[in-house]
Design a protein around this ligand. Structure first.
Ligand code: PHE
Length: 338
């Protein structure tokens, strides 16, 4: 047995050295070290070795196993390296990697999330309503009579069913007041649709964010303070904001809010970003008449509402000259918002 071990080792090392691929190398491993391998069988014969030789034979065996295993592992590494090199043949590993671009949120999404963030910190909760509205929620309940120009076919997208694409998110005011109890403080971001002539500042679909605050003692200074604070948070405290008297059927008094837009290389100009006003008692009256409780009794509640154009806010934030850029999905444009 003492002679067998060196013989097995010599043969194993020779076969390992000449193995041409990983498969024949593994065959050698199985033939020598496997369950029925030559060295394993010798080890099984240990029990028949006379006591006085056991230590010596044991050492021989261990040394042989260590040497063979080490030779096997080294050869395996060498063969794997060869395989890797073959796989890389013809590939220039010094070429720069291809850049995978991670993408960015659309500027409208960014400004919407930011606007929501500011208003939520002020205590407004999110509300929602359908984009396909009925005339009641879009117009009648908002004190907008049948002969109001907004209801004209030329200004609004109607379905044959009589429903329409909402012309503003103000319909969410009504839907909220139908079920909520004051104090109500909600914001509703969403799309609005109008048959507008498309130009640099108008699209037939745009994004609004409606707000409504109703409680026992809401006043005009609350409205002004809230919206000025909001716009200063969004654009910085230096931003110039102006309230222009206006008319909306559902608010009285009403205003349009302009923010001064400064684009490099252009003269500064005022751009309208929102409509707002104190909720007209006629709106509360109609809610009140349709509810069984006294929650929106026009004698007991006051409120303000506003609706702003998120597209316009994005244009001011980033000095975007043409609103159409926001819907064209041109990567050269969108990439700039990373
Ligand atoms: N709904 C108005 C519009 O779309 C904006 C507005 C909302 C005005 C709420 C006053 C109060 O132009």
């Amino acid at each position: 047995m003492k002679e067998q071990i060196p013989a097995i080792q010599t043969e194993a090392l020779a076969r390992i050295a000449t193995a041409a691929d990983e498969r024949s190398l593994d065959d050698v491993r199985v033939a020598v070290l496997g369950k029925k391998g030559t060295l394993t069988l010798v080890a099984a014969g240990m029990k028949d070795v006379p006591k006085e030789d056991k230590a010596e034979v044991g050492q021989l065996l261990n040394a042989a196993r260590t040497t063979i295993t080490a030779a096997f592992e080294e050869k395996l590494r060498a063969l794997q390296e060869l395989t890797d090199r073959a796989a890389l043949a013809g590939i220039d590993v010094t070429l720069p990697a291809r850049i995978v671009s991670a993408g960015v949120l659309h500027p409208l999404t960014q400004i919407r999330d930011e606007a929501i963030g500011i208003l939520r910190r002020m205590g407004f909760a999110l509300a929602d309503g359908p984009e396909i509205e009925d005339e009641f929620h879009c117009f009648d309940a908002l004190n907008t009579p049948a002969d109001h120009p907004a209801r004209n076919e030329k200004d609004t997208f109607y379905f044959d069913s009589g429903k329409l694409l909402r012309t503003h998110t103000s319909s969410v005011q009504i839907r909220t007041m139908e079920t909520a109890t004051p104090p109500v403080r909600i914001i509703a971001p969403g799309s609005a649709y109008r048959r507008d002539e498309i130009d640099a500042t108008h699209l037939s679909v745009f994004n609004q964010l409606e707000g409504l605050y109703v409680a026992g003692d809401v006043s005009l200074p609350d409205l002004k303070g809230t919206l000025e604070y909001f716009l200063h948070e969004l654009f910085g405290p230096q931003t110039e904001v102006r309230f222009r008297p206006h008319f909306f059927p559902f608010t009285e008094p009403s205003f349009e809010i302009d923010v001064k837009l400064t684009v490099k290389g252009q003269a500064p100009r005022w751009i309208e970003v929102a409509g707002c006003g104190m909720v007209d008692p006629a709106v509360f009256e109609s809610i009140h008449n349709n509810r069984k409780d006294n929650a929106f009794n026009p004698e007991q509640v006051t409120g303000f509402a506003f609706g702003m154009g998120l597209d316009r806010l994005a244009m001011i934030r980033w000095g975007i000259k043409d609103i159409r850029l926001l819907i064209e999905n041109d990567v050269r444009f969108l990439k700039q918002f990373a």
